[in-house]
Write a protein that binds this ligand. Structure first.
Ligand code: SAM
Length: 229
């Protein structure tokens, strides 16, 4: 049984995929997909030994070791050419870390651009979208889910021949999420707006240059948000 967040990620994985789940931790996502005969093959990549050992244990207990292969490796180093991976999931990390993993994987030729990316950043969605755009990835779909009082976003991206173009609004809110204008999106930014208001209030006597720059950055974000909510 997956959390709503991971279930939403799982739902985006096409049938019969060859999946690499990077930062798999306990490997719940690939195990679920294997148990339900939704993937043909999966790598569960993990860089930390403890979680990697948990993944090994869980995969053996679930009896899916012919499908799910745990690998102790940094990022996309977990992928071997013979794996023929066509879907990559990276969930539950910051957007910064996600794009650093992707960037390194491109540099080391671990991926060739034919893989569908399913990404669930916990924070830093703007920076991740910007990185995707700059590396010719089009955002084909986006999901937003409320799970246990947290709001999570899931980005699905595919590499293109031409660089896609997204406006600042689209990078900030998500090109697909902005169109859908769901209640979860509104809730996310109403909450964010309130938090920013109180930060500005707390900083009203700040005089340092740094503080002023921070206030300006927050106010610019609040302006973007005002146009949404
Ligand atoms: N993907 C799972 C999920 O969404 O529930 C687990 C998320 S867990 C919070 C993040 C995992 O990513 C941790 O187990 C961490 O060790 C792993 N991780 C962090 N950086 C990594 C890297 N460069 N390569 C592989 N795994 C990494």
């Amino acid at each position: 049984h997956l959390s709503k967040r991971l279930q939403t990620v799982a739902n985006q994985v096409p049938l019969n995929s060859r999946l690499a789940d990077i930062g798999s931790d306990h490997a719940y996502l690939p195990i679920y997909l294997a148990q339900n005969h939704l993937v043909d093959f999966a790598v569960a990549g993990e860089v930390v030994r403890g979680p990697f050992q948990n993944a090994e244990y869980e995969i053996n207990s679930a009896n899916v070791n012919s499908i799910v292969h745990p690998r102790l490796a940094d990022g996309l180093d977990a992928i071997r050419p013979s794996d023929d991976i066509n879907v990559i999931t990276i969930a539950g990390m910051g957007g910064n870390l996600i794009h650093r993993i992707l960037e390194r994987g491109i540099k080391l030729h671990r991926i060739n651009g034919n893989e569908k990316l399913i990404l669930q950043p916990n924070i830093g969605e703007y920076g991740l979208r910007k990185w995707l755009m700059e590396h010719y990835y089009q955002i084909s779909d986006e999901k937003i889910v409320v799970d246990d009082h947290h709001i999570y976003e899931i980005l699905i991206a595919n590499k293109m021949h031409a660089k896609p173009f997204y406006t600042e609004d689209e990078l900030y809110f998500g090109p697909v999420l902005l169109k859908k204008h769901s209640s979860a999106l509104l809730q996310k930014y109403k909450d964010a707006y309130q938090r920013m208001q109180s930060v500005i209030h707390q900083m009203k006597f700040a005089r340092s240059k740094q503080a002023k720059i921070k206030i300006q950055m927050i106010k610019a974000q609040m302006k973007l948000i005002q146009s949404l909510i």
